[in-house]
Design a protein around this ligand. Structure first.
Ligand code: HEC
Length: 180
């Protein structure tokens, strides 16, 4: 065997190996699925912690206000009534301002002050000003009697509202009994 023969033989063996391993590699490349270790990219976004949001205010419950009445303070209520003085007088026979006089309002029929131009909304709302009705109205006048013309946002704090109600109760010759 001369050198040329040896070279030919080696060449043949090498080609054979190339074919065998080459095709295996090609098959691997074509058929092997390359699954990523994890689908997608891990984006560097950490979940934003909710900011210390205020807990939503508890829904208004008139019963809670009524329950506070026995211990409510008419003195504090008189203080809150300063918000009303712009439009209401509290004294017996007091003048009509933007709003009606509120002497004896607890227990009186709605829209009953003679000479005061009540809105249709107020006039068509039946019933008396019980503590319960006053609490609902004074908590949120617009929602309680839609279309009434009292431009007042309402007393949102239950305790303050209770104080105001016991103050209004005192605006009478004989104050109405507290609800049981
Ligand atoms: C900006 C003026 C204004 C303010 C402030 C105001 N009111 Fe009035 N209020 C009115 C008007 C006007 C009416 C009549 C509403 C209607 O006829 O629709 C009214 C009606 C009322 C009524 C019904 C009276 C009735 O005879 O039927 C009550 C009770 C009342 N207000 C209480 C209060 C209290 C208590 C406050 C304070 C916490 C207050 N209001 C603040 C203007 C005001």
């Amino acid at each position: 065997m001369d050198a040329f023969e040896v070279n030919k033989t080696i060449g043949a063996v090498l080609s054979a190996l190339l074919v065998v391993f080459g095709s295996k590699t090609m098959l691997d490349i074509v058929y092997k699925e390359h699954k990523p270790e994890k689908a997608g990219w891990a984006l560097p976004i950490t979940e934003v912690a909710p900011t210390a949001a205020k807990a939503p205010a508890a829904p208004f419950e008139v019963a809670k206000v009524l329950a506070l009445l026995p211990k409510a303070s008419p003195e504090n209520g008189q203080d809150t009534f300063k918000k009303c003085l712009q439009c209401h007088t509290p004294d017996k026979g007091g003048r009509i301002l933007t709003g009606p006089n509120l002497w004896g309002v607890v227990g009186r029929a709605r829209a009953a002050q003679p000479g005061f131009p009540y809105s249709e909304a107020m006039k068509s709302h039946p019933g008396n000003w019980t503590f319960e009705e006053l609490a609902k109205y004074l908590h949120d006048p617009k929602a309680d009697i839609p279309g009434n013309k009292m431009a007042f946002a309402g007393v949102k704090d239950d305790a303050e509202l209770a104080d105001l109600l016991v103050y209004l109760r005192k605006l009478a010759d004989s104050p109405a009994p507290l609800p049981q």
